[in-house]
Design a protein around this ligand. Structure first.
Ligand code: SF4
Ligand code: SF4
Length: 196
């Protein structure tokens, strides 16, 4: 070790330079605005892309969007979704989820299920206050998921818009938003009578 380095170390020790450096950091922060939020009295503004509790959504006329296709269940890396799909007897080829469960204790909030859904029936919301002493209440069933969807519908729509999965335009209303009309009522002309 050279003499100049030794002299510098000696001078630093005599001047208590490390203490002065630490005090400088402390004094600098005394004049900064605190960034700590005093939760729950203060709440942060949550961005629209926030991945909070999942919700099931309805169309504006109140009909359930979910068609029970199971794609969300397949896409989920945590295997925490269970869909029981049933045929809708009032509409040909149309199905719906008679039961729907999400075990939120296993969910990693990746959003893959939302991306996989062909009709945007699932979305994430800004809801995050659902801690409980009873773990069993964190198995969200269909009723609870629709309740969250109704309560946080604006958050859910903003999430879908922010992730570019839904737009409030005609194309989404005609195509992705609903099933193509040809599925609901055939548009092909019927074959001539003598051929049937
Ligand atoms: S957010 Fe991810 S982990 Fe949670 S239910 Fe959806 S796919 Fe599964
Ligand atoms: S939420 Fe979407 S992906 Fe999941 S079963 Fe319903 S329609 Fe299919």
């Amino acid at each position: 070790m050279s003499v100049s380095v030794l002299a510098k170390q000696l001078l630093d020790a005599v001047m208590f330079r490390e203490i002065w450096n630490a005090m400088k950091v402390t004094f600098t922060h005394m004049f900064h605005r605190p960034i700590t939020f005093q939760y729950p009295r203060e709440e942060r503004t949550i961005p629209d892309t926030h991945r909070g509790a999942l919700a099931l959504l309805r169309y504006d006329d109140g009909a359930e969007r979910c068609v029970g296709c199971d794609l969300c269940e397949v896409a989920c890396p945590s295997h925490c979704i269970k869909v029981v799909s049933t045929e809708d007897e009032s509409l040909p080829l149309r199905r719906y989820a008679s039961e729907f469960y999400i075990d939120i204790t296993k969910c990693v909030f990746c959003g893959y299920c939302v991306e996989a859904c062909p009709v945007n029936a699932l979305a994430m919301t800004k809801m995050y206050e659902y801690s409980t002493h009873d773990k069993r209440t964190l198995l969200f069933d269909k009723k609870r998921l629709y309740e969250i969807g109704e309560r946080f519908i604006e958050d859910a729509k903003k999430y879908l818009y922010a992730h570019n999965q839904e737009k409030n335009d005609q194309m989404f209303h005609d195509y992705r938003y609903f099933f193509p009309q040809s599925v609901l009522k055939p548009t092909q002309p019927l074959p001539p009578k003598h051929l049937t």
